[in-house]
Design a protein around this ligand. Sequence first.
Ligand code: GRG
Length: 300
Amino acid sequence: MIDAEFKNKYKEYKKDVEDFINSTLIVSTLPQKNIYESQTYSLSNGGKRLRPVLALAVCEALKGKKEYVLPFAVAIEKIHTYSLVHDDLPAMDNDDYRRGRLSTHKVYGEAMAILTGDALLNSAFETMSECCVKYLQDCPHMLQAMSYIARAAGSEGMIGGQVIDIESEGMGVIPYELLKKMHSCKTGALIKASVISSAMICNPNKNVMCALDDYSDALGLAFQIKDDLLDVEGEFDKLGKTIGKDSENNKPTYVSLFGIEKARELLIQATSIAINSVKIPEINSEFLIYLAKYLQERNK
Ligand code: GRG
């Protein structure tokens, strides 16, 4: 696979995701039409669509059925978007910009932004359960995948990580074990769920599952270390969000704990673990390997 092939494939997956997202968006004349509008605003404003792209790539790598996995991929993007809308609220990270535009609460107000996040979370489960109603008889593992995603987004996963994040704000440095726990929950859990839920639906053998488990753990870690580095080295125009917020809030990060050079080393190490994990004959891993390299180099 060469660079252009990877980029085209990424675009193709992204288009599948965005077409499906658009098909679930509602234009309403109901008195509560604003909640549909704010969800559309939050979901339509760019973003890399990394998690759903990962889910579709795993599906193809395992020769699974796209029509089974796509609704789950989109549901994960909806959960991710809800977390960003809530994270930007004044009570959380208080950020005015997201994906290069004003954050949802700046456009629709705080109360509507809270409800928008809630509605996106509900909508994610609507999307997945509708897929289960349609295909469960042919693919009983879908229920297992939905349960995995619910847990990854909840108190043992993303929400749990956000709690540790909020409670450690201002500390600058925290024990390494706690930093790892915070990130594996806050960021890692949903990235891992994108890989594992897709694999569950495709139902490969145990060896493949273990390989993807290792891949997703390492990829989630690499993604977070890069995110911490970008907060120091990134540019607003590319990232579309405020830079330097971590140090401004004295947040513990890989950079605050280890410094830039060591954080870069850890990023390279995690990326190479991810790549080596999927180099097994049962996985058509070219795109997944390229994706790990792309995440290491990304500037947004
Ligand atoms: C509010 C329940 C709740 C959770 C918030 C995800 C999260 C937890 C907070 C976001 C804060 C943050 C910047 C976390 C670091 C990693 C991360 C999730 C970055 C944003 O994800 P990208 O880069 O964003 O995939 P795009 O815009 O490309 O989708």
